[in-house]
Design a binder for this molecule. Structure first.
Ligand code: HEM
Length: 424
């Protein structure tokens, strides 16, 4: 109400052939077993990704570590991609015990990151959303057809001097700078030499996801290797047709349902560069919240206020024959649980593209903040008023900025009112 009064007064693709080794019978069996699980609502189904990656393609089960085996199962539809594993009795950072546990320093890093990612309203901040997108853009520079050139989740997005300057990465420069600061703090100064940029970026994405209310707590790994070699540019564009997007992601081993799950991260998003006249407009009514409203609003089955800005690519995917049904399932009853599990599984895959030492990674999920399983925004009514207006006034802009920072917009409204009172 308050807001409405104030507002009214202020008014590439690479077409390639697959050359991966055939993963073998063990994988087929895992798939069949998981399809049986699927009848109970778990595991993978037709359209979900299931190809092995990196060193897991050639290693036999007998050669796999516990982590290697679990990741193999995750990639082929088994195991559980989310975990509530907690870090009990975290050793002091400078202690000998801390040095003995690879994950210990990561607990301190994850806590550092979470401070920046959680806003006072309980929503996640722009930094969290950028961290998720950064994780995607670093990993996405890999495809089956270009695998011989390297690329993938190797930190090059930040380490290479050119990658972040490309227009495709607009909006990610400041989170890239934050990653450099964290790298300088943890890699160079503290003597923790095995903190790589590749891991910082992927851990950042997973901390960010779980800090966003309702987000999954994704199994998280460290031990990736860095590269500063520029990756091939294999990013999607919001005006790409669905067929092109599906093929682009298939070449990254991500099948159509996996793509539907991953683009759901636009649920938290506010766009700035697709339409600069509408900078700050969100992709659903609950920016900064990891809910499934994005799916319903994008496909037009949930009421959509005028400020919600839909990407053409998302709308196209919501309608394509290979993706429409999964889209609908995420939007429908039970969608949140289904989506969280699928997102977690597909993000694990994404975060391992181009990683050729998967079998030697360490699982550090225990360092993540706890999942937030229920959330009610303190200011949703006022947020709705902002969403139902397309005012570009100074107040509308400051509300958008406040949401971007994860703040409650009630504070912005009060400050604006007080400012007006002063001028009377
Ligand atoms: C069809 C494929 C995709 C396209 C065309 C696409 C495109 C875009 C565009 C244009 C933006 C807005 C940038 C801006 O104007 O500020 C954006 C934001 C975002 N994207 Fe995607 N994206 C795709 C897939 C993904 C995937 C796979 C992920 C993660 C797994 C992801 C995560 C995000 C996030 C979290 C944001 C919000 C960033 C923020 O609020 O600053 N996107 N995406």
């Amino acid at each position: 109400m308050l807001v409405s009064q104030l507002l009214s007064t202020s008014v590439l693709l690479c077409t390639v052939s697959t050359v991966l080794a055939y993963p073998g019978m063990e994988m087929k069996l895992a798939k069949i077993l998981s399809r049986q699980d699927d009848a109970a609502g778990e595991g993978i189904d037709e359209g979900d990704s299931d190809e092995l990656l990196g060193d897991l393609i050639t290693l036999q089960d007998g050669q796999l570590t516990r982590v290697g085996l679990d990741i193999k199962q995750l990639l082929t539809g088994g195991s559980t991609p989310e975990s509530d594993d907690q870090y009990i009795n975290v050793p002091a950072l400078k202690s000998a015990q801390c040095k003995q546990d690879t994950c210990c320093v990561w607990k301190y890093i994850a806590d550092d990151m979470a401070k920046l990612f959680r806003g006072p309203s309980g929503r996640c901040t722009k930094w969290a959303r950028k961290a998720v997108r950064l994780g995607f853009h670093d990993a996405a520079g890999w495809s089956k057809g270009t695998a011989s050139q390297g690329g993938g989740a190797d930190g090059s997005l930040v380490l290479n001097p050119r990658e972040l300057t490309l227009a495709e990465n607009n909006g990610l420069q400041d989170i890239g700078q934050k990653m450099k600061e964290w790298y300088a703090k943890w890699h160079d100064k503290q003597g923790f030499q095995d903190i790589t940029m590749a891991d910082l970026i992927q851990m950042g994405a997973n901390v960010a996801t779980v800090v966003c209310p309702l987000g999954p707590r994704i199994k998280s790994y460290v031990g990736r290797k860095d590269s500063s070699v520029e990756n091939p540019l294999l990013l999607p564009h919001p005006s790409d047709p669905a067929d092109m997007l599906i093929e682009l992601f298939e070449n990254k081993t991500i099948r159509p349902h996996g793509l539907v799950a991953l683009v759901g991260s636009h649920t938290t998003s506010q766009q700035f560069f697709v339409d600069t006249k509408r900078a700050g407009d969100p992709q659903d009514s609950t920016p900064g919240v990891w809910d499934v409203l994005f799916y319903g609003q994008t496909q037009g089955t949930a009421p959509t206020p005028k400020r919600v800005f839909k990407f053409d690519s998302d709308v196209a995917l919501s309608k394509h024959e290979k993706t429409q049904q999964e889209w609908q399932e995420f939007a429908g009853p039970g969608g949140q649980k289904h989506w969280n599990e699928d997102y977690a599984r597909e993000y694990i895959r994404l975060s391992l593209l181009g990683v050729n030492n998967i079998n030697t990674l360490t699982e550090c999920t225990k360092v993540l903040p706890p999942a937030i399983r229920t959330y009610k925004a303190p200011d949703q009514n006022n947020l709705n008023t902002w969403l139902n207006s397309n005012s570009q006034s100074a107040l509308a802009k400051s509300l958008s900025d406040a949401i971007n920072e994860g703040e409650s917009i009630l504070n912005t409204i009060i400050t604006s009112l007080l400012g007006r009172l002063k001028s009377l």
